[in-house]
Design a protein around this ligand. Sequence first.
Ligand code: PEP
Ligand code: MG
Length: 589
Amino acid sequence: MLTKKGIPVSPGVAIAPAMVLDGEDQPIPRRTVAPNQVPKELARLDDALKASTAEVLELKDKTTARVGPELAAIFGFHVGMLADKTLVGEFRGAIENQRVTAEFAVYSVLKAMGKKFLQADSRYMRERVTDVWDLERRILRHLIGKTRDELGQLETSAVIIAHDLTPSQTASLDRSKIKGIATDAGGMTSHTAILAHALGIPAIVGLEDITRKVNTGDMVVIDGKRGIITIDPDAEQLMMSRKQADRMVAFEDKLGEIRDLPPETKDGTDINLQANIEFPNEIEQALNNGAKGIGLYRTEFLYLAATTEPTEEEQYQTYLEAINNLKGLPLTVRTLDLGADKMDKFHNTGTDASERNPFLGCRSIRLCLQNLPLFKVQLRAILRASTAGPVRIMFPLISNIMELRQSRMILGDVMEDLEEQGIPYRENIPVGIMVEVPSVAIQAKTFCQEVDFMSIGTNDLIQYTVAVDRGNERIASLYSGAHPAVILLIRDVIRAADKASVDISLCGEMASVPEYTMLLIGLGLRSMSITPPALPEIKQIIRAVSIDQCRRVARKAATFDSDREVANYLRDQLGKAMPGVFDGRSIGY
Ligand code: PEP
Ligand code: MG
């Protein structure tokens, strides 16, 4: 049995035999043709390009129908490349001038193009290289037949193990056969990650060498929530994973009942349970799972899924869609939080010299404050949409009070511009911040004087408090929400907010982990925003405990010196509060 931790990108448990895809495609040999064969090669090229375009357009339509237009926009880039006169001219030029076969022309031109993309300064361009390889495979398939197993035609259930998957491979997966995905490469924002999440396929990326550790046919277990893959699980592990998977299925079956029950403790205290989303089309699932609103809308995914920077109008329409989908429920829009954690880990290995310490670098609000036009376009779009429903604006990664003041000032400027132009917006729109840097947590009392609400972002707060990169699997055991220092910070922020009557919530992953629910409520938290699939599970715990019981748990947890003791204690208490439901699981982090 072997266990490996990667980057969790799509929750769920998958248990199935592995299907390992071959890492690299075979190179195409350079073959020349007689001069009189050149027109025939050109005709073959034209046919392959036409067939590829038709295929991509069909895939785009299918993807739009399955997961919405934002994700399908990925294929717009492919259609654009297939119609690009310069690129097609290069293919034709190679055939006419070097008299090579159509397949070698396509192969050599796209290989050179891919290399250029990989060397680009922009991380965005480097990430587009998978689109180039995707296109190469597609055109070559029309020229020389199948080059790789077709994932849409699997006969039995499998977990796909691959070096990387291209966007079209992921989009064409047969959901009934593909139980999970694990890849060597990729980051949280790779297209594979975004699509797998939207398709509901458990997935882990960034496993580095998983293709070398697994053979086709090996039994594997994927825990897409924690990012853990187990190869050849022993009987005990298999039993635990099956239990976990069954529990999830049972939960789904029970969703109907749980969804409409209030998220209140045994003694009748209401907990405001909201959801985190990346795209407006996730709202439906969040509402089906009982969310009372969206406490964190990560708008940067709009930028990451698009091929060009989204315009004000595009953003406005997207925010409006989110507001309309919520039918009057509240929406907290977080402004652009682009940072190292959102970038592709595989292609971000020291090439970007200007960001030697990306997590401490120009990310998030810092990036916005250095790119005011970009920031203002987003603020305009949010403000314009805010007349349609109860919207709040939240600034991420604030680390000192001047950043907050500057951000508010820019928001004020944008409001003035809109006023001058006679464009309506919500004048009293609540403005808040993420508390995800220890300096802000420590100074919470000061910040409370200048915000309408705060949301604790434990994903970053943990990494900055204990100095552990949240995406680095080699030190993952040091990254813990149960660290006593993290608990003290959370407690103090909640206290400061309560004292100042500032609305306080927590939207980091900690709120989605069952073992932390009693602790957080015991620390005084009455509002959480969590990943949509975790809503029923967390609501079930809320309904099974009392405030007094939670306070006792929080008081006792604060007496331990190490995260391990805290984690063991919390696991124990959850087991006691809900016997038989959470036995034998690990706290995750
Ligand atoms: C966080 O840091 O806890 C958070 C919710 O934001 P993100 O995970 O997007 O950094
Ligand atoms: Mg964060």
